[in-house]
Design a protein around this ligand. Structure first.
Ligand code: SF4
Length: 304
């Protein structure tokens, strides 16, 4: 669209499981200033009850596209622009980009008449930008289907740096969906709890309480950065994972179980061994426990 002379403002909609990092990198490589809007809360509300349901996992792709178009529509006055362009391709995804789905997306968003899909627009119903002559339909394309060769050719022709085509966001991942589903079943799918799902191994220790154990330094740093109002734990005498219980004052038996699981995840730690714990990441208490047997740990694990 830029090559056709239109001014384009690229926007990325971020959520607790949709991250802008790669898009920001590619935008920079292409000299584009990418606007990132955080719609985590709205996306989560939609995710609890998507009108058009889920894909294979907890991915509500049709409702997700619709929400993003709705959000983009609300930004039009602020950005002083006239219509919305998306990169959707007819038939690219079996669930969310067939003709019926695109029509549903347009209807649900309430802004479909302002949407142009340049890669497939010749195959789609005319919308206002075409009817009003803001854009010339003849300059639009007729790409359809799952193949990407024409898109890749175009990228080469225009010298566009791009990522390799890949799957969707974390909601299309089976393990992630298991962890998210567990939160939903337990009515704990608040944003701060959903944010934790990205880090570590997740254990359900009771109806109310979860334990999260970092798998590596990145997880440990991530868990630390979340500043969750729970109880943080770590091994006292050797290096080991950072862990988080999702309540500040767990019952004694849950604390002991959690500590024994944390101790298990250090080869260097002897058993029995000491676990330090405390709120606000002040590790001013300690408990002595045996390492939890692996078969018991497995019974609490929500997903691998
Ligand atoms: S894969 Fe994720 S980001 Fe993409 S449409 Fe589906 S739910 Fe939305």
């Amino acid at each position: 669209m830029q090559h056709l002379g239109y001014e384009v403002i690229p926007v990325f909609f971020e959520a607790a499981y949709i991250f802008p990092n790669k898009a920001l990198k590619v935008a920079e490589e292409n000299g584009l200033e990418l606007l990132v809007r955080d719609i985590s809360q709205k996306h989560l509300e939609m995710l609890r009850n998507p009108k058009r349901g889920y894909g294979k996992n907890l991915n509500p792709c049709i409702d997700c596209h619709s929400l993003m178009i709705q959000e983009a529509a609300m930004m039009l006055p602020e950005l002083n622009v006239d219509f919305i362009i998306t990169g959707e391709v007819l038939g690219q995804r079996p669930m969310s980009q067939n003709l019926d789905s695109l029509k549903a997306i347009d209807k649900m968003s309430g802004a479909g008449d302002l949407v142009i899909r340049p890669l497939s627009q010749k195959l789609l119903p005319d919308t206002r930008p075409i009817r009003e002559g803001w854009i010339n339909k003849e300059q639009m394309l007729d790409i359809s289907g799952r193949g990407r060769s024409r898109q890749l050719q175009l990228a080469e022709q225009f010298g566009i740096s791009h990522l390799q085509p890949a799957g969707g966001c974390l909601l299309t991942d089976h393990n992630y969906s298991m962890r998210l589903g567990d939160l939903m079943i337990h009515n704990q799918d608040k944003l701060e709890d959903v944010r934790l799902l990205y880090w570590g191994r997740h254990f359900r220790l009771s109806e109310e309480i979860k334990l999260i154990v970092g798998r590596n330094a990145t997880d440990n740093a991530g868990l630390e950065s979340e500043n969750y109002p729970g109880l943080y734990l770590k091994i006292r005498d050797v290096e080991g994972p950072l862990a988080l219980l999702t309540v500040k004052e767990p019952p004694a038996e849950i604390l002991e179980l959690a500590a024994s699981i944390v101790l298990f995840y250090s080869r260097k730690a002897s058993s029995p061994g000491y676990i330090k714990y405390g709120v606000d990441k002040k590790f001013n208490n300690e408990i002595k426990v045996e390492k939890c047997p692996e078969n018991i740990i497995r019974s609490y694990l929500i997903s691998s």
